[in-house]
Design a protein around this ligand. Structure first.
Ligand code: BES
Ligand code: MN
Length: 454
């Protein structure tokens, strides 16, 4: 019974929070080999949760990388829908550590927020779906079959999940996937995400002299690799912010009039982004609004730069090499494979002959659009209406989640994208936080969601 489940959730809210704090204490940083044991620990924690809330066949399944946690509950019967629930137990690195007000892996409540790495992205959301399911299981009338897919490599591109899904098609068969790894517009503005951007992530190295040189003895005669790299990077955009990689926009789908109208209706004024980011002015393609630029236009970003002497004081050196981490956010119908070719072509055509370069592709994911009329979206939309008292906004967001395309490709399964992390939750930044009142509403919304599928 709905009421029984909602009451259970409300009475157990403090315990839910305590359990969330427990899993937030595990530094499951997928990109860092030093945290391999923590990855296993986090996977075991998730598996134990699944068992505790009454799931069957709970397994920690190996992949080429970090393991997948699987569990199911198929007792709703053949005529009931099967809902896959996706989550990731990995988090981004916490550095720069000195900017955290309280330690990233000691979850701390301040005001209405819980501060910890992974609180919003996305352990809080995984716990919200687990606790909603626990509440409905307690009520004793779970109306749908459940299959849990909780991976450990989302923050590094879900590389091994692709093969995992391909090799477990039968096990993972479902009507749709609930994915709480996207966000919500505002505490009073529920939203459902209908599109995500893809990604192609590169490391570009430029080599000059065989070793660091005295900049007085050689500066002026040897092309400085830091400068050459900066020149290459600067050339990747034109004056209007358009990306110059050859063919980059060839496959970019044009926005229809209807899509532009949908974007225009979102309550997202420019001043909101200025407030959120603290920049003096916004930047980007002049012919597109900010929500369009973020949701439906591709980008090329420098994620990091490294070269030469960066310690305190001065050193007159002409560095031997320079490195940049560069990633492109992709939109339909661009693909990471084509982006790699375009990047290589740009470098071949533009790199000067006085340096050498090396491009490494690290990982990527395709962009995704999801149908807005499947039973999952209808159920979640109605659930949000019940909890927030208003219909959700539908929007395309700028982040990437590898599994969404992988499920479409291998299983024909669409994702229902939601989440309760606010735009200012500081995911991937210091002092990441989860807004607890929104999180609690999220648990209730997921409880309603299950019953709406009856
Ligand atoms: N949860 C985010 C993605 C997200 C955030 C989607 C907000 C929609 C709204 C996810 O964990 C993430 O950060 N993904 C990475 C993926 C990448 C490493 C392949 C991203 O987008 O940078
Ligand atoms: Mn996430």
């Amino acid at each position: 019974m709905l009421q029984k489940a909602l009451e259970f959730a409300s009475q157990n809210n403090e315990r839910f929070l305590a359990e969330l704090k427990e899993v937030l204490a595990i530094p499951s940083i997928s990109t860092d080999p030093e945290h391999k044991a923590d990855m296993q620990k986090a996977a075991e924690w998730m598996a134990a949760q699944l068992r505790t809330i009454g799931m069957n066949n709970v397994q920690i399944m190996p992949t080429g990388g970090h393991p997948v946690v699987y569990g199911d509950w198929m007792d709703a019967g053949k005529s009931a829908p099967t809902v896959m629930i996706y989550g990731h137990y990995d988090v981004q690195p916490a550095d720069p550590l000195e900017l955290w007000q309280t330690p990233p892996f000691e979850a701390t409540v301040r005001g209405e927020n819980l501060f910890a790495r992974g609180s919003a992205d996305m352990k809080g959301q995984v716990i919200a779906s687990l606790k909603a399911a626990e509440s409905v299981m307690y009520a004793g009338d779970m109306p749908v079959n459940l299959k849990w897919l909780i991976e450990g490599e989302e923050e590094i591109g879900s590389e091994h999940l692709d093969n995992f899904i391909k090799n477990h098609k039968e096990l993972l068969k479902a009507d749709f996937c609930l994915n709480a790894d996207a966000g919500i517009l505002a505490p009073d503005k529920p939203s459902i995400t209908t599109g995500l951007r893809g990604l192609a992530y590169f490391e570009l190295k430029v080599y000059g002299p065989k070793k660091d040189l005295h900049s007085g003895l050689y500066g002026g005669a040897v092309h400085n690799p830091a400068q050459a790299l900066a020149e290459l990077i600067a050339g990747m955009h034109d004056k209007n912010g358009k990306i110059t990689l050859p063919g980059f926009y060839d496959k970019v789908r044009k926005l229809s009039k209807k899509e532009r109208e949908d974007f225009a209706r979102l309550p997202l004024p420019n001043k909101l982004y200025i407030e959120q980011t603290g920049v003096p002015a916004l930047w980007g393609e002049p012919n597109f609004t900010v929500p369009e630029r973020l949701g439906a236009r591709p980008t090329l970003e420098v994620n990091g730069l490294l070269s030469g002497f960066t310690g305190p004081g001065s050193k007159t050196v002409l560095p031997a090499w320079a490195m940049a981490k560069i990633s492109c956010r992709l939109v339909p119908d661009q693909t990471p494979e084509e982006t790699i070719k375009q990047m290589k072509k740009y470098l071949k055509e533009n790199a000067p002959k006085d340096i050498t370069w090396e491009l490494t592709y690290l990982h990527g994911a395709g962009a995704a659009l999801v149908g807005s009329d499947n039973i999952g979206i209808v159920a979640l939309s109605k659930a949000m209406q019940s909890v927030w008292g208003r219909k959700p906004y539908f929007l395309r967001e700028g982040g990437s989640i590898g599994v969404v395309v992988q499920l479409q490709k291998h299983l024909g399964v669409d994702s229902v994208l939601s989440g309760f992390g606010l735009p200012d939750c500081d995911a991937h930044s210091p002092n990441e936080k989860l807004h607890l009142p929104t999180w609690t509403k999220g648990i209730d919304a997921f409880i309603h969601f299950f019953y709406n599928l009856k």
